[in-house]
Design a protein around this ligand. Sequence first.
Ligand SMILES: Nc1ncnc2c1ncn2[C@@H]1O[C@H](COP(=O)(O)OP(=O)(O)OP(=O)(O)O)[C@@H](O)[C@H]1O
Ligand SMILES: O=P(O)(O)OC[C@H]1O[C@H](OP(=O)(O)OP(=O)(O)O)[C@H](O)[C@@H]1O
Length: 221
Amino acid sequence: MSDWITFALPKGRIMQDSMELFGRIGITCPEMNEKGTRKLVFENPQQKFRFMAVRATDVPTYVEYGCADLGVVGKDTLLEQGKDLYEPLDLKFGYCRMVVAEPKALRGEDDPSSWSHIRVATKYPNITERYFAAKGIQVELIKLYGSIELAPLVGLAERIVDLVSTGGTLKANNMVEVETIAEITTRLIVNRASLKTKHRRISRIIADLEAVIADEVRISQ
Ligand SMILES: Nc1ncnc2c1ncn2[C@@H]1O[C@H](COP(=O)(O)OP(=O)(O)OP(=O)(O)O)[C@@H](O)[C@H]1O
Ligand SMILES: O=P(O)(O)OC[C@H]1O[C@H](OP(=O)(O)OP(=O)(O)O)[C@H](O)[C@@H]1O
């Protein structure tokens, strides 16, 4: 059986922080530093680590099917997809919030406690549906794949559910937060079979990451 460890990493904003964190526990991949490469799989043969660059929303799928032993992914994606994965660690980066937002102009006279039926545009239909169902609010969902803040500007939906970090996108589009649904950070996920078959290497990685993250939290306090 292969004793290589394969990681599924999201191509986007999480990639650099992930590799910096792995670098701190001695896991590196010089091949990934090649400028302008279109490669999707990178290897460190000395350390027997393989890294796959995939869409953020696809990370759980590669790990669930065992194509990757480990993955790095936002809690938003895990909450949305609800897959059966082991999630041993909060990596404590990629901080953002999932919020309900609406145009500033609507906010003035709007009272969220009086909502009974609303239309919401979002990349996260499952989270949105669960959130409003728990409040007894009927929601008409419009699934989008990006530029969510555009929806209220053009009358597609009055409200959105989306991620906010700096708040710059909401502000630039004259929108305000109404409610916070969840605090989001990046998580380490593990394929359940790999956890058994490659237990020694994987538990070492988890323990080393845990120690480095605990140190960082201590220093920042
Ligand atoms: N301001 C932010 N906006 C969106 N995601 C953020 C933000 N800050 C941190 N994140 C985290 O980064 C993760 C990856 O975001 P990224 O934009 O790279 O991928 P994506 O475009 O959402 O996914 P995909 O490429 O699959 O469509 C998110 O799932 C979230 O956990
Ligand atoms: O609070 P801020 O720091 O402005 O970040 C929030 C914005 O960033 C994300 O969009 P992203 O850049 O991923 O674009 P997309 O949703 O259009 O793909 C998110 O969907 C918000 O639009």
